[in-house]
Design a protein around this ligand. Structure first.
Ligand SMILES: Nc1ncnc2c1ncn2[C@@H]1O[C@H](COP(=O)(O)OP(=O)(O)OP(=O)(O)O)[C@@H](O)[C@H]1O
Length: 586
């Protein structure tokens, strides 16, 4: 129960709702317990009439009618309170589930990139859905059924002991056995349903992938192979489901068997005691039969609740492990920082913590506010890493990075990131309208801002061609943009917020050189006064930059302006000549 203590703050938050739920539960159960006593007294009235103690039939009828009215009244009021019981306690558990999901989600947002590298997306999803769901079962149903059982048990046993102590002892003998068996059964059901879930998720991942990759499957003509694989998976999944149904099917027969057993004990022992004169009336046997039936469910839930609490404890443990993690990239100051855009790298080295790859080795360069730097180099030479370090997605291992002469880790992290417009190598767009995808960079942007940004990214004309224009929905169930269009929407998103620092990571690779030329021309206007870094494989993107650096295996092998680099032998000049020839040929 140690891990579940995390939920106590939520219980406290909803203490009034919870308390009213507890009271309502107790009241609901009390009304339920009127029935056995009333049935018992009805049977007694009939018995007394048969024995001649009551001689007037009208008295019998009146007594029975009153009892029936009480039973119906108690059932109606009990029913209303049972409804309210669910409305309070189960609702509280839904509120707690909502809060806990938000808490986990906010923690996900807080954590740094390395956290996402070391945890699989599936795991992150299941913490926030399945594990939170299991914790909810503890916060709602488990508590509700526990109070339910406790109230019923205490009051029913008191009433039963009062009228026939020995019979009570015999009657409750099978109940702990029932509770234990239900506990074992619930655990087995849980184990098997977890396996079913695993297979279900394998099936849905497989199906999802085969839908997304349908063009590859069709073009390779491997439909039959895919069908066969699906068949194997679904057969296995069916077997697991059948295994689960087998144990689930035991649940009710077991309950009915044990209720039957208790009934037999009541009738046999109760009957014997009645004959021997140890019980004063037949009504006792009648009401005991009802008590047994009333107690069976709550007793069964003791076993169920035990296994729910165990599961919730395990789930909450996994959730707590995530909640306890601290982001590796910390915001070291709450003071606001205004960023001007002067960037300096001094002898910076960086090794990725997860792969131990030394991506940068002793990099130094400086950029004044408003200057443009182009970074070129072979694939894997460390270009994107330089941009990631400016956004402080990672902290460096050696050397120093300063922004406006302040160490980067002493700037307010949110202010730093807000002053950066970053266009990643793989443009990521949300399944939302084009307008919202662009506005993502600036919440309060006007339509005019959106259009201007799209124009500068040279994607306005493309967007206008869609029948719904800027309201076109992208992604699943929406339009799929071409690689170049995605890149340009992503550029529009970065420039709309007019940031102090613009980082373009090879984001013109999917557009033709003519469009590239146009975008670069627009960007030179947009980026006026802003520090800009363009990572590229093309000389055309670098030629107008104030400075160029060429990286190779994490080191700077050339630096200077376009002109100076063209005048010296090396990677830059070779690339220039190669791309010049390609252009001439095309
Ligand atoms: N997130 C990461 N985690 C671990 N290693 C990484 C990560 N990103 C890059 N690397 C490694 O760091 C090195 C530099 O990668 P980087 O992406 O900076 O190169 P790049 O020059 O931008 O390459 P490209 O031109 O292909 O985009 C590579 O060896 C790469 O495998």
């Amino acid at each position: 129960m140690k891990e579940l203590q995390h939920l106590n703050k939520y219980f406290y938050k909803y203490r009034y709702k919870l308390l009213s739920g507890v009271i309502i539960t107790i009241v609901a159960r009390i009304f339920l317990l009127f029935t056995p006593e009333l049935v018992g007294s009805s049977v007694d009235v009939i018995d007394e009439y048969r024995k001649g103690i009551i001689t007037d039939m009208a008295v019998v009828k009146r007594e029975l009618l009153i009892n029936i009215l009480y039973i119906v009244g108690a059932a109606v009021i009990g029913g209303i309170f049972t409804f309210l019981m669910r409305q309070t306690i189960i609702n509280v558990s839904r509120y707690i589930e909502f809060d806990l999901k938000n808490e986990v989600y906010q923690q996900y947002q807080r954590l740094s990139l390395d956290f996402y590298k070391s945890n699989r997306t599936g795991d992150l999803m299941s913490r926030i859905s399945e594990d939170v769901g299991k914790a909810r079962e503890y916060a709602g149903p488990a508590i509700m059924y526990s109070i339910n059982t406790l109230t019923l048990f205490v009051i029913a046993l008191f009433l039963m002991f009062k009228s026939a102590p020995l019979l009570t002892l015999y009657t409750i003998i099978p109940l702990p056995v029932l509770s234990y068996l239900i506990y074992v059964l619930s655990k087995t059901i849980h184990k098997r349903s977890t396996i079913v879930q695993v297979w279900l998720s394998k099936l849905s991942t497989f199906t999802q992938e085969s839908f997304s990759g349908v063009s590859v499957i069709k073009s390779y003509g491997i439909e039959e192979q895919v069908n066969a694989d699906f068949d194997t998976l679904s057969t296995e999944s069916r077997e697991k489901n059948i295994n689960l149904t087998k144990v689930q099917a035991l649940f009710f027969p077991l309950m009915i068997f044990l209720i039957g057993l208790s009934n037999i004990i009541v009738i046999y022992i109760g009957g014997k005691q009645y004959i021997d004169g140890e019980i004063e009336s037949l009504g006792v046997i009648a009401k005991f039969i009802i008590y047994v039936n009333l107690l069976t469910w709550p007793v069964a839930t003791v076993g169920w609740v035990t296994s729910v609490v165990q599961r919730a404890e395990a789930s909450q443990k996994r959730i707590n492990e995530f909640l306890k993690q601290e982001p590796t990239i910390k915001n070291n100051t709450q003071e606001h920082t205004t960023v001007e855009g002067n960037i300096e790298f001094s002898n910076v080295s960086f090794t990725y913590p997860d792969t131990n790859i030394e991506a940068l080795k002793g990099i130094s360069f400086s950029l004044k506010k408003g200057e443009t730097l182009a970074i070129l180099g072979k694939t894997g030479s460390g270009k994107s890493t330089v941009l990631d370090l400016i956004g402080r997605l990672y902290d460096i291992n050696q050397g120093s990075i300063t922004i406006d002469d302040k160490p980067i880790d002493m700037l307010n992290l949110n202010d730093l990131r807000n002053s950066i417009g970053y266009v990643p190598q793989d443009a990521f767009l949300f399944s939302d309208t084009i307008k919202n995808n662009i506005m993502f960079g600036k919440e309060n942007a006007t339509d005019e801002d959106v259009i201007n940004a799209a124009k500068n990214a040279d994607v306005h004309k493309n967007i206008k061609k869609f029948s719904k224009g800027y309201d076109t929905v992208l992604g699943e169930r929406g339009i799929t943009l071409s690689g170049g269009q995605k890149q340009r929407v992503s550029i529009a998103r970065a420039i709309i917020k007019s940031p102090k620092i613009l980082l373009f990571d090879d984001c013109l690779s999917a557009v033709d050189t003519e469009t590239e030329e146009k975008i670069l021309k627009n960007l030179s206007k947009v980026s006026e006064g802003k520090t800009t870094i363009i990572v590229s494989h093309r000389i055309s993107s670098a030629k107008n930059a104030d400075k160029v650096i060429v990286l190779d295996d994490g080191k700077i092998i050339q630096s200077g302006s376009h002109e100076t680099l063209l005048n010296s032998d090396g990677y830059y000049k070779e690339l220039y000549l190669k791309q010049l020839t390609e252009k001439e040929i095309s």
